[in-house]
Ligand binder design. Structure first.
Ligand code: FE
Length: 198
């Protein structure tokens, strides 16, 4: 692969701008520029999606949804919560729920359910497992994101190159997690930035 091809691929994957920002920022001792509006325009708001039947309020506050005995591949999901003006949403609430590796939701307790808060720069970090599959749906994670005193955005995140994506009427490429190769555990490290209206 030529350097130009490699750059194009990185750009396509959305990694070039953050990487460039990180490198220049590191050189000057500055904080990295947020990956927002990568093409120079303001980002559009993250599309809402149905919560489905399995949302439960009052999930525990935790950023790790790996349960005892989980042998499924781990998923590290990081990103930021931003406004359409690229401002970080400090302290945003992220309420997450997904099925287990066998495709079952815990509707009696809080396995694979939890909420966490973005930090002052809008950054969040979630450690969990790659959810399994259940009939009628492709692989997905449910999430509700809310600015302090803001309206909640309920949506779902998807995994690239899943065989069932095209057959799932809810799937949107715009809601796919971006994955980059990463050495060591967890097995999969992905990124998704949420963009909230206003
Ligand atoms: Fe679901």
């Amino acid at each position: 692969m030529t350097p130009a091809e490699r750059r194009r691929r990185l750009l396509a994957a959305g990694f070039a701008l953050p990487l460039l920002a990180w490198r220049t920022g590191a050189a000057q001792g500055l904080r990295p520029t947020p990956a927002c509006g990568a093409d120079g325009t303001a980002p559009s708001a993250t599309p809402p999606q149905t919560a489905g039947p399995y949302y439960m309020p009052n999930s525990p506050q935790r950023g790790v949804l790996v349960e005892a005995g989980d042998s499924a591949p781990r998923l590290l999901l990081v990103g930021r919560v931003l406004t359409t003006a690229c401002r970080p949403v400090a302290g945003a609430l992220l309420d997450v729920w997904h099925c287990d590796a066998e495709g079952h939701y815990d509707n009696a307790g809080f396995r694979h359910r939890g909420h966490l808060f973005a930090d002052a720069s809008g950054a969040y970090r979630l450690e969990t497992i790659v959810p399994g599959l259940y009939p009628g749906r492709t692989r997905h994670i449910h999430i509700r994101v809310q600015a302090p005193n803001g309206r909640p955005l309920t949506t779902q995140l998807y995994f690239p190159e899943e065989p069932d994506n095209a057959g799932d009427g809810l799937w949107q490429r715009r809601l796919e997690i971006t994955f980059a190769p990463r050495a060591g555990a967890p097995a999969q490290a992905g990124r998704f930035d949420f963009v909230l209206d206003g």
